[in-house]
Ligand binder design. Structure first.
Ligand code: ADP
Ligand code: ASP
Ligand code: MG
Length: 418
């Protein structure tokens, strides 16, 4: 049994959804598939925007119409209309927002109830399309399987309850069907109230279910061919890395690379389940595999992420040692800390150079200096840890420095990618 998670980028429209569905149908020829799906791209934001507007007494009906129209349009292009679950869910969102508008307030519990509808909608449409294409696909409400505490909008998993519920509720459905389609991001409390696992939480759902079901693999399908040496939107010739460690991913995501949050995949890694990041639109590409360690030949700068106006983005940056990210796995703690002196009063541009054993790497410092010289800018390594070096840049933009440093390390990356 394999878990295939499709992010919002993989289900942004009918064409993307068809791509995803055909990947599932192909995979299901050889093994049983659990599909975990996110809301269509932008829909969670839209739902939250809707309900906030309703609570503030602002107009929301036009936005609801647009949301309904987008889903109906996709359903029509997929050839699955009329489809009762779609109408019922859209009506539910409408009724809920009307209630919120009357009340004039929206609690975190209500936010979760409405945010969950994005994944409920997308999973229903994907399941219906898979059936339409001849797949033995069943829809499953993941709220019966993933159980959390009542910390709405960022709920914590109740592992014992979840493990039991996965066996009693989800396993029998998997035993009866070749493909089961369920939702990422959402869960419920013991008493059945809807919760969510935090933004971007669908990766976490995939890992939780993969771990509880002892899946053979968890595949995170997105719109890029794995994890790259830099955000491909900033550095077009960034290199896809065949392997990455959890520490490297922790450092990348601590500085805002949204491709994968390290905490989300810990449950799967802990159970020894292979996790890969793949591209829905380039399925022949092997993507990136998450590994425990890298051979010495792969040490050094392997990825770059930047953050312009660091303080302005609301991240705390006290002068003291500050913990930016901490992941615990098999007795080891992957901590990313920074101790920049006297910077707390101004917004700064920071680059994070990511790689294994960077603090022991004189080569990395040389590469940083080369890039700075080329750009005639001032740089300062403000902190360094096993997985990252934090570089403050002045007199040039964060993205310009990322591009320059990437050009310096690219050849070495190409070697590693072979
Ligand atoms: P999904 O909707 O599939 O969950 P996300 O938007 O959460 O996708 O993550 C994928 C995006 O992450 C990519 O489109 C890419 O722009 C961005 N990204 C940022 N940094 C990187 C990186 N180093 N490697 C790959 N993708 C990255
Ligand atoms: N739809 C949710 C979000 O936008 C979860 C996810 O996409 O992973 O945050
Ligand atoms: Mg994501």
């Amino acid at each position: 049994m394999r878990v295939m998670k499709f992010g919002g980028t993989s289900v942004a429209n009918a064409k993307a959804l068809q791509h995803a569905a055909h990947l599932v149908l192909c995979a299901a020829v050889n093994e049983q598939i659990l599909v975990v799906v996110s809301a269509f791209r932008g829909v969670t934001d839209e739902l939250l925007g809707l309900v906030h507007s309703a609570a503030r007494g602002q107009p929301w009906e036009a936005r609801w119409h647009a949301l309904a129209q987008r889903h109906r349009q996709v359903a029509q292009e997929l050839g699955i209309l009329p489809y009762q679950p779609l109408d019922e869910l859209l009506e539910y969102v409408h009724a809920y927002c009307s209630g919120v508008a009357l009340l004039g307030e929206c609690t975190p519990r209500m936010l979760d109830e409405i945010a969950a509808c994005g994944e409920l909608l997308s999973s229903h449409l994907l399941a219906a399309y898979l059936r339409c294409e001849g797949g033995d696909a069943e829809w499953f409400d993941v709220r019966y399987a993933i159980k959390t505490n009542a910390h709405f909008t960022a709920a914590q998993v109740e592992w014992q309850l979840t493990a039991t519920a996965v066996e009693t509720e989800l396993r029998p459905v998997l035993d009866r069907h070749r493909i089961v389609v369920t939702q990422g991001f959402i869960a419920s409390t013991r008493s059945g109230l809807t919760t969510t696992l935090g933004r971007g939480g669908s990766d976490y759902s995939a890992a939780i279910l993969g771990a509880c079901l002892h899946a053979e693999g968890v595949e995170i399908w997105t719109d890029v061919s794995g994890i790259f040496s830099a955000d491909p939107r900033i550095v077009p010739d960034a290199v896809s890395l065949p392997q990455m460690t959890l520490g490297e991913i922790a450092a990348l995501s601590a500085y805002g690379a949204r491709v994968l949050h390290p905490l989300t995949i810990v449950p799967a890694i802990e159970h020894g389940i292979p996790v890969t990041v793949r591209n829905t639109f380039e399925p022949q590409h092997p993507g990136t595999q998450i590994v425990d360690a890298l051979p010495e030949a792969q040490w050094g700068i392997r990825a770059l992420v930047g953050c312009a106006g660091y303080l302005q983005q609301g991240m705390p940056f006290p002068g003291d040692h500050h913990l930016l990210a901490s992941v615990h796995l098999r007795g080891e703690t992957y901590s990313i800390t920074a101790s920049p002196n006297g910077m707390a009063d101004q917004a700064i541009d920071l680059i994070c150079a990511v790689g294994e054993h960077l603090h022991a790497e004189g080569v990395a410092l040389k590469q940083i200096a080369t890039a700075a010289k080329q750009l005639s800018c001032r740089v300062q390594v403000v902190a360094s840890a096993r997985y990252c070096m934090l570089i403050r840049v002045e007199q040039c933009s964060a993205s310009a420095f990322i591009q320059a440093l990437h050009a310096v390390v690219r050849e070495q990356l190409m070697e590693m990618a072979k």
